[in-house]
Design a binder for this molecule. Structure first.
Ligand SMILES: Cc1cc2nc3c(=O)[nH]c(=O)nc-3n(C[C@H](O)[C@H](O)[C@H](O)COP(=O)(O)OP(=O)(O)OC[C@H]3O[C@@H](n4cnc5c(N)ncnc54)[C@H](O)[C@@H]3O)c2cc1C
Length: 441
């Protein structure tokens, strides 16, 4: 076996895997095809590009993704270090300035003495080399074919969409207002309020607007698109019912314009994209509408009538492997343990989850190169529970999974104080067991 590891893809998972291995004294060759070639969702040359939302979700350990983040921090995660260093105000969520976030990671990776960055597209693995494949849900075609046919991993897919970003200066603040829900924390979000009449007109326009053709995937009927519930296009959600949006991204409760002192029929929220606050994204507005329709329909939102779109929403195929039975709980292939997979392609879902799988894959790859056995992270931790889910699957067809407390083994005793108190106990146990596992490593 070679005395270095290859990591393919400098996305969230690949960067974290490279970082973890390099910090364990292992030489890493990190391959990234940007800037020579871009996937349909990547647009900038930097590493760990966030392709849609700039939010890494809740930061509380009573929340599953909050626990996952805390575990990663304790394991010296580069992605978390970058997120904490480049955060933008977003209430209780951890949102980041995506450019600063990517710059931070690119600089740290390029500056690491154990990491050599190679700008090239890969389409196969190297003989006798421990490898982490983290080329993401939009893996380029030759590599996707190699993974599915030569490595025999099969593949499944669903569709994922990104939300548009608008220029802050083009938002009409005579109508829109800054406020946080129930006045909790700082008023970080811009809110665009709607009356019933405005909502009715917007709703009708949205459900009848023209969707873009999925040219690259024309075999699929658009009506039968399998979309991820957590990233569902706003127009698809709207078609589920007149009130669905008002109970979802357009929920008005607790949002009061201090100038008028009352709630509205519906409210669209916009979140800061960068530290300067010059760009805002439309929260929950992942979309598959054509660009002219996005302009027309989203400009019907009060306050956005002159909105300048800096980036339109897009939709892409999101490929993942049929991992259960094929990968073990250290993200290594059962049939070829020198090859690990990491990131969204393993069947974890989300930025943090992808980086978390990279963290474990990087650690197990580093151990293998040193001739040590990989040790699975305890299932009681969120990192370990995600890995166990990927390696075993759940009930029914294998589908991508966000971090959640349902995949963690139960405590085995009752906790007074409701769900949040129980989750806190699960988190305490997880962090304790993570500490022990870290010692064993
Ligand atoms: C359209 C879309 C929107 C999404 N929105 C969200 C969201 O809002 N929130 C969320 O939490 N998650 C979202 N996801 C899901 C997921 O969290 C992201 O895709 C995340 O970036 C996955 O991380 P990764 O490291 O697995 O892959 P990526 O971050 O995509 O990294 C893969 C890297 O590999 C490179 N690469 C690809 N092929 C090759 C090759 N052959 N050779 C060399 N390099 C290669 C790519 O250029 C890229 O840099 C979205 C996914 C998609 C597709």
């Amino acid at each position: 076996m070679k005395n270095y590891i290859n990591v393919y893809g400098a996305g969230l998972a690949g960067c974290e895997a490279a970082w973890q291995a390099a910090n364990r004294g292992v030489k890493v060759r990190l391959y990234e095809m940007k800037p020579q070639k871009y996937t349909p969702a990547h647009h900038t040359p930097g590493f760990a590009e966030l392709v849609c939302s700039n939010s890494l979700r809740s930061d509380s350990t009573a929340n599953a993704v909050g626990l996952l983040k805390e575990e990663m921090r304790r394991m010296g995660s580069l992605i978390m270090e970058a997120a904490d260093a480049t955060r933008v105000p977003a209430g209780s969520a951890l949102a980041v300035d995506r450019k600063l976030f990517s710059d931070y990671i690119t600089e740290r990776i390029k500056g690491h003495s154990n990491i050599e960055v190679i700008e090239a597209e890969v389409d196969c693995t190297e003989q006798d080399t421990v490898t982490v494949i983290a080329t993401g849900p939009l893996t380029s075609d030759p590599m996707a074919a190699y993974i599915s046919e030569t490595l025999g991993c099969g593949n499944l897919h669903f569709f994922d969409a990104a939300a548009p970003i608008v220029d802050a200066a083009s938002i009409n603040m005579d109508i829109a207002f800054f406020a946080s829900r129930y006045d909790k924390g700082d008023a970080d979000y811009i809110n665009c309020p709607m009356t019933k009449e405005q909502y009715d007109a917007f709703y009708e326009a949205l459900i009848s607007a023209e969707e873009a053709e999925l040219k690259a995937f024309d075999k699929e009927s658009q009506k039968s698109l399998k979309v991820f519930e957590g990233c569902m296009p706003v127009e698809v959600m709207a078609r589920r019912g007149y009130d669905t949006l008002r109970y979802g991204p357009l929920k008005p409760v607790g949002l009061i314009d201090p100038r008028v002192g009352h709630e509205f029929y519906a409210v669209v929220q916009l979140r800061k994209e960068n530290v300067e606050g010059t760009m805002f994204n439309l929260v929950g507005f992942q979309t598959h509408l054509t660009f002219p329709e996005q302009r027309r329909v989203f400009r019907m939102i009060p306050g956005l009538e002159n909105a300048e779109f800096l980036r339109y929403g897009v939709m892409h195929r999101n490929t993942y492997l049929n991992s259960p039975g094929m990968l073990d709980a250290t993200y290594a292939m059962v049939a070829r343990p020198e090859i690990c997979f990491a990131g969204q392609m393993t069947g974890v879902e989300g930025y943090v989850e992808s980086a978390g799988s990279g963290l474990l894959a990087g650690i197990s790859a580093a151990r293998r190169v040193k001739g040590l056995a990989a040790i699975a992270c305890p299932e009681e931790t969120m990192l370990g529970a995600m890995a166990a889910y990927v390696s075993r699957g759940g009930i029914g067809d294998f589908a991508p999974m966000n971090a959640n407390f349902g995949i963690v083994p139960p405590l085995g005793y009752r906790v007074k104080g409701g769900k949040s108190a129980k989750n806190e106990k699960i988190s305490e146990r997880a962090l304790e067991m993570l500490g022990e596992w870290k010692e064993r490593l």
